[in-house]
Design a binder for this molecule. Structure first.
Ligand code: SAH
Length: 259
């Protein structure tokens, strides 16, 4: 038994240690240190995505820094504050999660959280179910194949979340219409964007007025290794979101609010 365990450790440790060394400066920048178990979960996430990606086209960003910076770091930097209290109970939802970002990175980094991953494409949600199970997160991660506009009008989701996120799904006014109806009274929507300017801000401000929401903060970050600028706009509610929103499937994108 001892020998088997030793062999196992000899085989497994270098991979984890390499990843620890490769990624330590990223965690330092985040002010967060993943546990050994969390590193293992992130590696399993990467390996499972690589495996599934051979048959179904999920994402290009899976190797080396594409994965660790382009996916994991990019998902987590906006949650610097939340990472200080990872065990806190939080209900989260990721709209248009694709192959699981930012949602799965959040689920791993915040073990007190439960998260619903929503995407309209079944090929992606089927893969996500398999990934969540491989990482051992099936209890805290629920996968939903649905349109954002439908989820936002469903009483079991509407007004229920502390944190609602969306990365690379649509323009900010469109995403705001998807996310704001899902927030509870104290909740915040995190809209992940690349470049951001004053005109974007004015458009978003106008768009979220009818949703009864306001911009809380705008944060920016230069990703490590010259991987570009990122912004996250945190939006909170000022009153319950009117029942008119989100509008029917397709309308938020076709006629964005505030235009
Ligand atoms: N958030 C991921 C994926 C971005 S690609 C990432 O950052 O890597 C955008 C994803 O949003 C696609 O998987 C698409 O199917 C999904 N999507 C776009 N509009 C949607 C909608 N209205 N409802 C549900 N999913 C949507």
């Amino acid at each position: 038994m001892g020998t088997i365990l030793n062999n196992f450790q000899v085989m497994e440790l270098p991979i984890k240690n390499n990843v620890q060394i490769q990624t330590s400066s990223l965690w330092e920048e985040l002010g967060w240190q993943p546990s050994r178990e969390q590193i293992e979960q992130l590696i399993t996430l990467q390996e499972t995505l690589i495996k599934l990606n051979r048959n179904i086209n999920l994402t290009r960003l899976l190797q080396g820094n594409d994965f660790w910076i382009g996916q994991v770091f990019d998902s987590l930097w906006p949650l610097k504050n939340e990472l200080k209290s990872p065990a806190k109970c939080r209900s989260c939802i990721d709209i248009g999660t694709g192959c699981g970002f930012p949602g799965l990175a959040i689920a791993i980094a915040l073990p007190g959280s439960s998260i619903i991953l929503v995407d309209a494409i079944k090929r992606k949600t089927n893969a996500l179910k398999e990934i969540a199970s491989e990482i051992g997160l099936s209890k805290r991660v629920c996968v939903q194949t649905e349109r954002a506009e439908v989820v936002g009008n469903d009483v079991s989701f509407r007004g229920k979340f502390d944190i609602a996120v969306a990365r690379a799904v649509a323009e900010a006014p469109v995403v705001a219409e998807y996310l704001v109806p899902l927030l509870n009274k104290e909740g915040e929507a995190l809209i992940y964007r690349g470049k951001w300017n004053d005109s974007d801000q004015q458009k978003l401000k106008k768009a979220i007025k009818p949703l009864k929401a306001k911009i809380q903060t705008i944060s920016s970050k230069q990703l490590p290794k010259d991987r570009g600028i990122r912004h996250v706009i945190r939006v909170a509610t000022t009153a319950p979101c009117p029942k008119d929103y989100p509008r029917a499937v397709g309308l938020p994108k076709k006629k964005p609010l505030g235009c």
